[in-house]
Ligand binder design. Sequence first.
Ligand code: BES
Ligand code: ZN
Length: 848
Amino acid sequence: MDGVTLLSDYKPYPFEIASVSLTFRLDPAATRVLATLDVTPRQPGADMVLQGEDLTLISLSLDGRALVPGDYLLDETGLTLPAAGLPAGPFRLQTEVEIAPAANTALEGLYMSNGMYCTQCEAEGFRHITFYPDRPDVMSRFHVRIESDLPVLLSNGNPVGQGPGWAEWDDPWPKPAYLFALVAGDLRATSGSFTTRSGRKVDLNIWVRPGDEDRCDFALGALARSMTWDEEAYGREYDLDLFNIVAVDDFNMGAMENKGLNIFNSKLVLASPETATDTDYERIEAVIAHEYFHNWTGNRITCRDWFQLCLKEGLTVYRDQSFTRDVRLGGLKRIEDVAALRARQFREDAGPLAHPPRPDRYKEINNFYTATVYEKGAEVVGMLASLLGPEGYRAALDLYFDRHDGQACTIEDWIKVFEDTSGRDLSQFKLWYTQAGTPKLTVTEAYENGTYTLEVSQTTPPTPGEEVKPPRHIPLAVGLLSPNGDEVVPTTVLELTEARQSFRFEGLAARPVPSLLRGFSAPVILDRATTPAEQAFLLAHDTDPFNRWEAGRTLARQTLMAMARGEGAQLDYLDAVGRLIADEEADPGFRAACLRLPGEDEIAAALFARGDTPDPDAIRAARRKLMKMLATRHGAALTRVYDSCAVTGPYSPDAGPAGRRALRLAVLALLTTEDGGARAAALFAEATNMTESIGALNLLVAEGKGQGQLAAFAARWSKDPLVMDKWRMAQGALTPPEDAAETVTRLGTAPEFDWKNPNRFRSLLGGFAANHAGFHRVDGAGYALYADWLLRLDPLNPQTAARMSTAFETWRRYDTTRQAHAKTALARIAATPGLSRDLAEMVGRLAG
Ligand code: BES
Ligand code: ZN
């Protein structure tokens, strides 16, 4: 097939590369890369295929003998050395190539960002650096020499020598090329150290541009906390004497786990109370942890091929989520993770891009760093943990590290360690990895003579290319509450394996209220006839924090759906919110999560799922109206909370104060619909931290106000692009729909807007994609604008253009007018000559 890679075509690489030695002579326009590969043939008669793209070959030699064009085949994908010309035993291959980092706007391979050199090699960036078997199952020892006049020269592993204009690095751990990294620039370190529990002293450095040093302390602390946690929770210690993190301003993703030299998007390192929000702090800590945890789950044990990506990403997301649950408020973190999963992954699974956590074909691997691989991949690991219990999970992981250290593995290897340690057959469970789609559980119940019966059936709707969906193995955590609110059956994990199953609970004095899918024990959609009164009861009494929130969320969603169809608001919901506002016992962060209404996209998805055609304008109006109703009905209580929960004293990003600020802002969001923005304007004026400053500004912008505050904010922060991204995001996402497209165009054409920087582009256009009624405007202006920008970005940065095209994932939900506009926009993109493989694959799937 044209340009399709298939899982079933996997073959081991026929050569072993014990070591590779690289020399970089850095120059913006003409960097020379000299590579020496020590090769041992593993299969007689095999050609040696080396990937290489956009490389100018300078010279090539085998065991010191120069090769000439007749000795090899060179095309735009790489270099092939025919078997006939290769020795039967070990040999040495040397290449010299020239590349141009300053011209590299795709930000894959070696590129420049603000005068500094850096690399991004996952998934297939190394082939833009030199000719090499650029696949994760080829693991080799890397020795690196960097020649440059820049003051700081870094690579993986340990420094082994340096002098004026050069430095050498050696990484003792064999690794695939995607974990290679090089950084050179004028950088400053914030340093610390960590002693592992077996006594190894590790130097820690956070490297940033001069001037940013005062915003690194939090990241350094987060790194040390991550190292401690991985020792305690997984028994994993760090394995080098040095751990470097570098912040770069131009970066396609969040961060990258290169061995001993993690490279981060600067927005995920730099934090100060004035410039970063509470959410930024939490995210920075989580991403530092994530990349650090990859040292074992990704680096020491890597992936055999890119189809196995969720082996490292799903597991490492599960690990970083567990870490944050442990170091912050566990219940609240679970709520945030599930809300994100539903907003991104359920949406993906319900649309044209649906795919399994382990896909079996792709055209461009960059397009598979998805919510399904990451977030659903993490849920699948979480289900294994709940099926086996904490000890069973730990035993399986111990065996995984023991058995597979130093290897490039598959999902089959992973499942086998769970089977071998538990003695269970997990072949049905494996469907979670190999099939797409979100299962739906339909639950009915009966109560008679003290016996309560739950009848559960499961179905999974078809997804593109997958019609048949056999039943899955699903852990369903349930508890039962008595009518007075006591828990009569504590959390029990039921195991579903069949299309239809029933479960009996005996000896109950009265008909219980079930609390189903506690902690969101499986990534499924639960369908059960329930009443608003029952949801209000669970919101008040459930012992499971996730299900308390879920009950409130369900009430809110149902009210909003009814209102969007022109019906009235439910009193049960309004009253339940009133009780929650007044509930001083409940954690403030949790109350804030409960007070935030479902977003417009979530309401649209829910309406579409029940067969309605969502109207973005009606949804927006309903949501605003409900906020106003809450503010009118509970104004006095809301004002009391607002006035009493101000956080005083020095700023701390900890969960306690952050939760109080979140509650105060959630309350302010409601009050702002009624007070003309007076309180938000006052908060903006007196704010001493970014959480409150941008929080207040967001609310004003959403009211179509805040012009003065936007100008004041810009005047103060114009020299800080990361802070200005929040300003752009606010306007892209929250400007009322009638003005949104025009605002985005104005900001996008302003002289200070460098749209080649992924952070700039994502803040403005990503914000706009989240402006539900603005993006889905009925005249098609939102889609047209978005398509214009994708086409402008694609020639320079295909990876980011392709990722952002997922804004078009939901167009089939809407009316025929909107659909026609969306199809026109997608067709216009598809018909553009010279489209990147990345964006071409995406628009093909989105339109298909
Ligand atoms: N390995 C990835 C980074 C990556 C992704 C490189 C795609 C190349 C292509 C890294 O570990 C990662 O997953 N980063 C996430 C953040 C993380 C906390 C989920 C990211 O960059 O968004
Ligand atoms: Zn990762």
